[in-house]
Write a protein that binds this ligand. Structure first.
Ligand SMILES: NC(=O)c1ccc[n+]([C@@H]2O[C@H](COP(=O)([O-])OP(=O)(O)OC[C@H]3O[C@@H](n4cnc5c(N)ncnc54)[C@H](OP(=O)(O)O)[C@@H]3O)[C@@H](O)[C@H]2O)c1
Length: 305
């Protein structure tokens, strides 16, 4: 099977490419220079020339809370463009199979946890990443509409929880929570700092999954695509407080100092735990423990510096 993977240079994309099951497929992974996904005409031409049978859509403008707060318009516009372009051009050209990546940020901010798939669009979004979430919801809905207009279209959105791991972005302006925690603790350790600041009071809870697990869930889903529902959460099924992540990461990095809390800084949603019954019932479970995931990520970070 010929598969187009968008976002092949990103954290998720690189882990999809390196997964052992990738070898069984002909994977097309154009870079942004070869295929700019904000350009509809280029996408149409690429699909026409290369004729993939399935698209794994893992491209997007992704960032942590700082970047989302600073540039909500860019997060909305680019993701809206990329998502709608890829999905609509695929439908136009007759591609029957899409695995579209959503995000747990798409769920309402004040709704009961764990977050079930049917809670989507049942309430207001978290303001710190609203632009990003609206764009991702639009792409998911587009998949649903196209699927309802033609039942032979297997357009499925996987909704991963927060991800971290190998090929994460460690630059402070782009990084997500786990990468930024590891970098902060590492710098504190090597510079003999005896205190590290945490945004908020550290009690907000988050579910984080090691990125090789999402790659595994995608390859697991692929042969089942014509039997899958439109929306499936993918996560580890448990969460920890932000302070817990700091403490666990400190153990791995070897940071022995203390922590302070900046209560004026935003922390986003209080809890964001996915209900993973649907994917577990299909037979998929995450494999990496928090300890092994953090350890692999820190080792990767050390290799990059
Ligand atoms: N990271 C998470 O915690 C997380 C959690 C849930 C869901 N997701 C979803 O997973 C997907 C991948 O995330 P990620 O963490 O792998 O992000 P990432 O590391 O930032 O990678 C994003 C990818 O998208 C590509 N891209 C962006 N704009 C493009 C454009 N105009 N044309 C072509 N390619 C473009 C980037 O190419 P360049 O290398 O050229 O920039 C890169 O390959 C996204 O849909 C995201 O919403 C991520």
């Amino acid at each position: 099977m010929r598969i187009l993977l968008t976002g092949g240079t990103g954290m998720v994309g690189r882990n999809i490419k390196e997964h052992k099951l990738a070898q069984g497929y002909k994977l097309l992974t154009p870079s942004r220079q070869e295929l700019d996904l904000t350009n509809k005409r280029e996408i149409y031409r690429y699909l026409n020339d290369n004729n993939p049978e399935l698209i794994i859509h893992a491209a997007g403008l992704v960032g942590g809370i700082h970047a989302n707060i600073a540039n909500p318009s860019r997060f909305l516009l680019e993701n809206l463009e990329i998502g709608c372009n890829v999905i609509s051009e695929a439908a136009k050209i007759g591609i029957k199979n899409i695995i579209n990546l959503g995000s747990s940020c798409m769920y309402p901010k004040s709704i009961q946890n764990p977050l079930k798939e049917e809670y989507l669009l049942q309430g207001l979004l978290e303001p710190t990443n609203e632009g990003y979430a609206i764009a991702k919801i639009a792409a998911q809905r587009l998949c649903d509409y196209l699927r309802s207009e033609d039942k032979s279209r297997n357009y499925v959105t996987l909704m991963p929880c927060n991800l971290y791991g190998k090929y994460d972005n460690y630059r402070p302006e782009r990084s997500h929570l786990i990468a930024s925690i590891l970098v902060k603790l590492h710098h504190a350790k090597v510079n003999n700092k005896n205190s590290v600041e945490i945004w908020g009071d550290g009690t907000a809870k988050r579910e984080f999954m090691y990125v090789e697990d999402i790659a595994d869930a995608i390859w697991f889903s692929l042969p089942l695509i014509d039997k899958l529902p439109n929306l499936i959460n993918v996560g580890v099924g448990r969460d920890y407080s932000i302070f817990d992540y700091y403490r666990k990461a400190a153990e791995i990095v070897g940071y022995q100092g203390s922590f302070t809390f900046d209560l004026k800084k935003p922390t986003g949603m209080k809890q964001k735990l996915l209900d993973v019954k649907r994917i577990n019932d299909l037979g998929w479970f995450s494999r990496f423990s928090l300890y092994s995931g953090l350890k692999k990520t820190y080792d990767h970070y050390l290799e990059t510096i």
